[in-house]
Design a protein around this ligand. Structure first.
Ligand SMILES: C[S@@+](CC[C@H](N)C(=O)[O-])C[C@H]1O[C@@H](n2cnc3c(N)ncnc32)[C@H](O)[C@@H]1O
Length: 251
């Protein structure tokens, strides 16, 4: 997979070259290039922004500069991703879909964002996603790109040492993952749950499923409503009823 990022702060993307992602680059599992948007400016001030039409605070990123940058960087197989708080929420499902793409280009906005015509124009030639990483406002798109690239690249074949761990992560089966423990058996008077030391794999699997269901119901109940029909068996439903009962009692 090839990933290009266009930004006015290329150094902000340096963490993409560290740890797991850095190793993926070294092993040629991904080709990453970070571009300075100012390379496509043509005035002495290398300006990338201008005052907004209609008035109001802040500045808007200029369409000419972005247009030329995207004309240069995007190709036949590009999906363009534009981070914005006004976008579709980024999910694990989108990370999985991005991991199947051949070429992702990320366009990092700053100030009040990018002139909307840049997105409209690009959408004439390629798929374009305006994507939010959460209901809060960042200063620029770079941190959002770090999040999306990391979530995507770890799903590429060969990137994770143990690919099974990604299959069991939160959201993979629509639920949050339950708690994890390691040695020692007792730490600060807190024991590891007995069942995990039992060696009984069927019991352990059932316990993990129960923990995932209970955690999801308590922390992110809306995820349960989105599960495909038939995902919950009778035992699952009984457990959820019990937890709901406890929640009612606790007020
Ligand atoms: C200050 S924000 C612009 C906010 C914009 N005026 C609005 O209210 O929708 C500047 C840039 O940060 C990035 N950004 C901010 N919050 C984000 C979020 N939640 N998800 C993705 N990108 C975000 C986008 O690239 C955006 O263009």
């Amino acid at each position: 997979m090839r990933i290009d990022v266009i930004t006015i702060f290329p150094e902000y993307l340096d963490p993409l070259r560290a740890a797991l992602l850095g190793r993926a680059i070294e092993r040629d599992l991904i080709q990453l290039e970070v571009h300075d948007l100012r390379n496509w400016t043509y005035d002495v001030h290398r300006a990338v922004d201008d005052a907004p039409y209609g008035g109001g605070p802040g500045m808007v990123m200029k369409p000419q500069v972005w247009g030329e940058a995207l004309d240069t960087v995007c190709g036949e197989a590009t999906r363009l991703v534009v981070p914005t708080p006004a976008g579709r929420p980024f999910t694990q499902e989108m990370a999985r879909a991005y991991a199947r793409e051949e070429h992702l280009v990320f366009a990092c906005g700053r100030y009040e964002g990018i002139d909307q015509r840049v997105i409209e124009d690009a959408a004439r030639r390629m798929p374009v996603d305006e994507v939010s990483i959460g209901d809060y406002v960042l200063v620029g798109g770079e941190a959002a790109v770090l999040v999306m690239v990391e979530a995507t690249v770890r799903l590429l074949p060969g990137v994770l040492g143990n690919p099974v761990s990604a299959e069991q992560d939160s959201f993979s089966d629509g639920l949050l993952e339950g708690p994890s423990y390691t040695r020692p058996e007792i730490w600060r008077e807190l024991p590891v749950p007995e069942v995990l030391r039992s060696g009984n794999h069927a019991l352990i699997e059932r316990w993990r499923r129960d923990q995932a269901l209970e955690r999801t119901l308590r922390r992110r109940p809306e995820l349960l409503d989105r599960l495909p029909e038939g995902s919950l068996d009778e035992r699952d439903l009984a457990l959820l009823d019990r937890v709901r009962g406890e929640q009612r009692q606790a007020g």
